[in-house]
Design a binder for this molecule. Structure first.
Ligand code: AMP
Ligand code: ZN
Length: 303
């Protein structure tokens, strides 16, 4: 740490808001930090409350077989995290302990379990909805919140390896889904403006892997499938995506066999709220002391 020129991460850690673990992108959170997260969570709920969303909470790990089918490994192998566990006998256990004590690689008897870390809150939802059978005529709206994992270690506090993503997911006919995303683009922008954060919305693409990924990224942009609401946090040149608005067309509907009431393949869209990113954006712009934040910001968050 540079004493004279602390980074935003240094300041958050010094103030006790984030707690270092020794791994970049993996932090503890203080009670004050969580108060902001909770306040933002309430604000999101208030804005979405008229939409009849069904609340569903999954753990931060998902079924590996479903994850494999989801296509995530085709698009983002570099970000995925899998859960392994020891699979040996007494003899192999002794070897493990010996490797550990010698500071050697001890992973030889670690086997993949049936669990992988959830990469985005909505991934476990689609196969669950597919199992229910055809959608009702109005389609469905879901309210999700999950810790997510992405292997992207960074010293930027807004790029964590484990972070929370709140989401609303719309599943239905194309017009229902497109209207939902358009509504949230408006709402999301108003919400962030209420929090007195500078922001703008822009077309975006996901970090698809490799050469084939470049084609996917440019087609995602050309088709206008992903928008992000960006707030300058670490720098003005590279503002941070705090909310994202994704239209998957019939990708997940076709993959999982989700049908509308009239038997068509369902379309899906989701709006994602980066809980830590919004919290850190608030701390950056309004200061590390919540009590000194503008009154209307504290009111909006009921802080
Ligand atoms: P995405 O699926 O990439 O659009 O992510 C949804 C939301 O989660 C984004 O709008 C961010 O606010 C948040 N997010 C994505 N990646 C990270 C990360 N590495 N650390 C913290 N928040 C993230
Ligand atoms: Zn999603």
């Amino acid at each position: 740490m540079c004493e004279a020129c602390p980074t935003l991460l240094d300041k958050l850690i010094r103030a006790g808001l984030l707690i270092e673990t020794g791994v970049d992108g993996l932090y503890g959170r203080s009670g004050e930090f969580e108060r902001i997260v909770d306040g933002f969570d309430r604000l999101v709920s208030r804005l979405g409350q008229g939409d009849g969303a069904e609340v569903v909470r999954f753990p931060p790990g998902m079924n590996r077989a479903l994850f494999e089918k989801s296509g995530y490994l085709k698009s983002f192998p570099q970000l995925a995290g899998t859960v392994h566990a020891f699979s040996g006998d007494d003899r192999r256990h002794a070897a493990l302990v010996a490797h550990l004590e010698a500071g050697e690689d001890w992973s030889g008897d670690q086997k993949m379990t049936d669990v992988v870390l959830t990469p985005a809150a909505c991934y476990p939802l689609y196969p669950t909805v597919a199992r229910r059978g055809p959608l009702p005529a109005d389609g469905l709206v879901f309210d999700l919140n999950s810790y997510c994992f992405r292997h992207e270690p960074s010293r930027e506090p807004t790029r964590m390896q484990m972070f929370r993503m709140r989401e609303y997911v719309r599943i239905g006919a194309p017009d229902q889904v497109v209207a939902f995303r358009a509504m949230w683009l408006e709402r999301g922008k108003k919400m962030i403006e209420t929090l007195r954060l500078p922001c703008h919305v822009d077309l975006a693409n996901d970090p698809f892997f490799g050469r084939a990924g470049r084609v996917m990224a440019s087609s995602q942009r050309d088709l206008g499938l992903k928008f992000e609401l960006l707030v300058p946090v670490n720098s003005d040149e590279n503002p941070t995506a705090c909310l994202s608005f994704n239209y998957h067309q019939e990708h997940f509907g076709a993959l999982w066999g989700i049908r509308t009431a009239s038997g068509e393949t369902a379309h899906t869209a989701c709006v994602g709220f980066g809980m830590e990113r919004v919290t850190i954006a608030l701390l950056k712009h309004h200061g590390l002391d919540i009590a000194a934040w503008p009154r209307e910001v504290r009111d909006a968050l009921a802080l």
